[in-house]
Design a protein. Structure first.
Length: 168
């Protein structure tokens, strides 16, 4: 009788992930230092793992594979936040004159003034300005959220900035 080789196939997805839930959550909490962020990343990790699970070849690589997904998501979150903070810190030419520009060293009172000024804008303009200047989104993303063209999104942000400058 010949030797039978058994494939070390991974268990069903739910069963496999159940064994890693607590460990991944602890890792994400340590990595982010924020419960809400870690919960978001936990859900995204599971979603990505679920989508790619059929391509996993063996149970042996399950733990490092899931941790790699979680680590990459943490790294992406940090990179995105840094990018957005640079956008806020640089402020761009468009923000000159709006409370002295937005930068990383803005006093909380000034930021509150800025946010209340945005709240006084028409809803669409306030939303577009917030997405562009506070969240660092591209005009294409803003256009998709506002259901308009990127050119229209750019014009909406410009109009909002103009109204803020006029209100000073």
């Amino acid at each position: 009788m010949g030797k039978r080789t058994t494939l070390n196939l991974p268990p069903p997805f739910d069963e496999a992930m159940k064994s890693l839930e607590r460990e991944i959550m602890r890792y994400l909490l340590r990595s982010t230092g924020d419960r809400d962020d870690s919960l978001d990343l936990f859900q995204e990790t599971w979603l990505r793992a679920y989508r790619a699970y059929p391509s996993l070849r063996s149970e042996d690589g399950l733990r490092p594979w899931v941790f790699r997904i979680a680590s990459n998501l943490c790294r992406n979150r940090v990179r995105d936040r840094m990018r957005r903070s640079r956008v806020i810190a640089s402020g761009g030419d468009e923000m000159d004159g709006v409370h002295g520009g937005i930068d990383g060293a803005v006093a909380p009172e000034t930021m509150m003034d800025f946010k209340s000024a945005i709240a006084r804008l028409p809803h669409r303009q306030g939303r577009a300005l917030t997405m562009r200047k506070l969240e660092g989104r591209e005009y294409a993303e803003i256009a998709q959220a506002l259901d308009c063209s990127p050119e229209s999104a750019r014009a909406t942000v410009y109009q909002a900035l103009r109204k803020l400058k006029e209100a000073q």
